[in-house]
Design a protein around this ligand. Structure first.
Ligand code: HEC
Length: 119
């Protein structure tokens, strides 16, 4: 009886566990990358180039001089992603201090935006 119950629980719990794992969130997945590569330049009280502040999720979602930098679901239209690639449509490739994100970090930013850029 308990065996059946345990198996039933496993079947029910498994899909939930899988989706939870690939759903990226700003605080746990993206913020550490921003902190490592983009601050201190993009801070409200610092240089704050292009009026783009990345102090928090809320201000980051407000975007910069060129408008929203995150278009949820559309990484290829999001400056947060586009500006990390060589030859962006304006300005220089980020991070501007020649530190470059790894392929894995770049993919994470892409996937996070594609998944809806959740907090
Ligand atoms: C050494 C300072 C510096 C660092 C570090 C830096 N940036 Fe920038 N960023 C700038 C400057 C200066 C500009 C304005 C000129 C330009 O667009 O190249 C800018 C502009 C931008 C813009 C354009 C905003 C708009 O609407 O015009 C985006 C997006 C951006 N940065 C993202 C990032 C991301 C993401 C990181 C971290 C991976 C990062 N930056 C790290 C200096 C920096």
């Amino acid at each position: 009886m308990t065996g059946i119950f345990a198996r039933l629980l496993l079947i029910l719990a498994l899909p939930a566990a899988l989706t939870a794992q690939d759903r990226l969130a700003y605080a746990k997945d993206v913020a550490p990358i921003i902190k490592k590569y983009c601050l201190p330049c993009h801070l409200a009280e610092n240089e704050n180039p292009s009026q783009l502040s990345m102090d928090s999720y809320e201000v980051l979602m407000k975007g910069g001089e060129h408008g929203d930098i995150v278009i949820p679901g559309k990484p290829e239209k999001s400056n947060l992603y586009i500006k990390l690639l060589p030859d962006p449509p304006f300005g220089k490739q980020m991070a501007r201090n020649r530190k470059r994100l790894s392929e894995a970090e770049l993919k994470l930013i892409y996937d996070w935006i594609q998944q809806g850029a959740k907090k």
